[in-house]
Ligand binder design. Structure first.
Ligand SMILES: Nc1nc2c(c(=O)[nH]1)N(C=O)[C@@H](CNc1ccc(C(=O)N[C@@H](CCC(=O)O)C(=O)O)cc1)CN2
Ligand SMILES: Nc1ncnc2c1ncn2[C@@H]1O[C@H](COP(=O)(O)OP(=O)(O)OP(=O)(O)O)[C@@H](O)[C@H]1O
Length: 210
C-alpha cells in the first residue's frame, strides 16, 4: 500500500466520521426505522438462522429497529473480537455485555462458545464509506476484511450487507487487494445490490435508486 493511497483513505475516513457524528438525533431515529425496512425487504433477507448486526458507535446508523423486527426464527448476533478475527454470539436485550478494547459492547461469552463467520446467514457490516460498486471503507483495522476473506472463494453465504447513512456514499473508493466486496448496501433512502464482480446488479428487479 503506497503512502498516498493510505493517506487518501485516512482523509476520507476522518471527514465522513465527523459528518456522521454531526447528524441530528431526530434524523437518526427516522433513519434507523427506514434502514430497518430496507434491510427486511432485501431479496435475500433470511427468514431463519443466525444474522449478525453490530452495536452502533461513533455516529453509525443504528440497528435496533431491524433487530426488533426480524422474523421470529432469526437469531440476532453481535461481533466479538477473537484473536485476529471476528466471532459472533447471539444477543438479546438484557443479556450480559462486556466492552472490548475499542470500548464497544460485546456479548459476555467464552471464546469456545463463539460462532464462526461462516455460520451466519447474513451479516450487516458497519462502514465509514461505500461506493457504487460495492466497495467499503471501514475503521481501518481490517476486522471484517480478515474475517470474511473466505467469501472471495466461497459463496454466497453469508450475505454481506453494508449499513450506512446516504451521506456516506462515494462514487468510487480506491480498493486494496484484501477488500471484500459487499453484496448490497442499505441506507435510510435506498438499497443497492451488487453482483459478485462488485458491479451494480442490472438484473435485480429489487434494485432501487435514490
Ligand atoms: N459498531 C461497530 N462494531 C465493530 C466494528 C465497527 O466498525 N463498528 N468493527 C469494524 O471493524 C470492529 C471493531 N473495529 C474497530 C477498529 C477501530 C476502532 C477505533 O475506534 N479506532 C480508534 C483508535 C484506536 C483505539 O481506540 O484503540 C479511532 O480510529 O479513533 C474501533 C473499532 C468490530 N466491531
Ligand atoms: N485478508 C487479510 N489478510 C491479512 N491482513 C488483512 C486482510 N484484510 C485486511 N488486512 C489488514 O487490515 C488492514 C486494514 O485494512 P483496511 O484499511 O481495508 O480496513 P477496513 O476495511 O477499513 O477496516 P474494518 O474491516 O476493521 O472496518 C490492512 O492494512 C491489512 O494489513
Amino acid at each position: 500500500m503506497t503512502d498516498e493511497f493510505a493517506a487518501r483513505r485516512r482523509q476520507l475516513r476522518d471527514r465522513l466520521r465527523q459528518q456522521r457524528r454531526n447528524l441530528a438525533p431526530a434524523l437518526r431515529v427516522a433513519a434507523a426505522d427506514a434502514l430497518a425496512a430496507n434491510l427486511l425487504a432485501l431479496p435475500f433477507a433470511p427468514q431463519s438462522g443466525y444474522v449478525a448486526g453490530y452495536w452502533a458507535m461513533d455516529g453509525e446508523i443504528a440497528l435496533h429497529a431491524w433487530q426488533l423486527q426480524l422474523p421470529g426464527q432469526c437469531i440476532y448476533c453481535l461481533p466479538v473480537l477473537d484473536g485476529e478475527h471476528l466471532g459472533f454470539a447471539p444477543w438479546r436485550p438484557g443479556d450480559p455485555l462486556v466492552t472490548n478494547r475499542y470500548g464497544i459492547p460485546e456479548p459476555d461469552v467464552s471464546r469456545g462458545g463463539l460462532l464462526r463467520p461462516q455460520a451466519m446467514a447474513l451479516v450487516v457490516v458497519p462502514l465509514v464509506a461505500f461506493d457504487l460498486h460495492g466497495a467499503r471503507l471501514g475503521m481501518g483495522a481490517g476486522w471484517y476484511d480478515r474475517s470474511f476473506a473466505f467469501r472471495k472463494n466461497e459463496g454466497p453465504a453469508p450475505w454481506l450487507v453494508g449499513a450506512a447513512f446516504q451521506l456516506q456514499q462515494q462514487d468510487a473508493i480506491a480498493t486494496a487487494a484484501w477488500d471484500v466486496p459487499l453484496d448490497a448496501v442499505c441506507t435510510e433512502t435506498a438499497t443497492r445490490t451488487f453482483n459478485h464482480r462488485g458491479d451494480p446488479d442490472e438484473t435485480d428487479p429489487h434494485r432501487s435508486h435514490r
